[in-house]
Ligand binder design. Sequence first.
Ligand code: SF4
Ligand code: SF4
Length: 436
Amino acid sequence: MTTPRTTRSTTPSTTPTTSYRGALEKALYKESLDCVHCGLCLQSCPTYRVTGRETASPRGRIYLMRGLAEGRLEDPSLLAEEAFACLGCRACETACPSGVQYGEILEQARAIVRDSENGFRIATFLERFALRGIVPDRKRLRLFVSLLSIVQRLGLDRLAALILPKRIGEMTTLLPKIPKATERRRMPSRTPAMGTKRGRVALFEGCVMPEFFGRVNDAARLVLARAGYEVIVPESQGCCGALQAHSGDLEFAHGLARKNARAFSNDLGSVDAIIVTSAGCSAALREAENWIGEEGGPLAIRVRDVLEFLDEVDAELPFTSLPKRVCYDDACHLIHAQGIADAPRRLLSGIPDLKLISHRDPEACCGAAGIYNLTNPEMSKQVLQPKLDALADAAPDIVATANPGCAMQLSSGLSGRGLSMRIVHPIELLEEASRS
Ligand code: SF4
Ligand code: SF4
């Protein structure tokens, strides 16, 4: 079993007040002191590898962020630029021998940068509108995705890609084909265990997952039931807050964590784990205690990525043959944020006739990074290219990755190169191979 990263409680967990920013600056300063400027993280950083610039490296960014906390930064716009040019992939955390908690420092710095912005900024306004007003609101998100679906069916997305400004047009190519409305329904609130019952788990659905990747949640539900677990889906759960936190809207993200802590509170005593299928969501939910203090502790401690859980409980599944060549590509928020690398490979290796093949750089970021591929499309594409080269050389039938953003990014990149590899979540392969 892989050991999930532990995190320290440094972010203020109080209700937002005027001292909130001061507390953020204090926490950021304290965390940044762990960096001894050794530079061992530099080569693991995708933006440093592309640009070669010190300020685009973890060490350079930490230096700028500490300058912000100490009030000695002469040009805050440089930090604003570099903080949001960072992918937040946390590969630097894996590489760092001093245990620097880069992810926390970055979240705090971005929140301070956003708080310091003067005047109206259209980009920030639109981002906040989408991340506060649409993404966490189930009805509005459903309406938005339904409209997108109509646009796709009429072929207007292809037209948009041709006639709209390049940056907006390119966004349309990143979207997956929207599933039919019948496949975007909520999951049943309870699925009984099959065979001998081993336990009971709660499933975290997420906000975007049911709309774009409902099939992944459904595969998780079925595999867990086949492994002997009763699966419940608490009704009032919602968005995990990852995208909002990454965009510098930490206070709003904390509010979402509070909602989820309450949504799962009634079931915490009766479930073995809260199962999550998206690496970005499980990484964020594991921060609940850091974000909101004691109230988030019971939630955070029970969170498990679905692959981590199945491996941990040594799930016995009735596998049949699946003769495919599969590349497992690590999602940054699984490997770097949660330290989970072996469990998915062990599970996939247990499927008869499935050949797990490796490519050159499975741990490197694909450039998706939440909404980074929308906000920084050029850098995102540059970061993606070596990964596409490596996958093209390995030539698998299937690429498996455990995060929806990575799946969309890889799918768009591979189809752009005319490569027709199937992109799936590993749980879909486990489901396929365990169907009776
Ligand atoms: S999070 Fe990723 S992109 Fe950002 S500094 Fe660390 S390694 Fe570089
Ligand atoms: S973040 Fe870690 S690896 Fe990078 S320079 Fe600082 S101490 Fe060294």
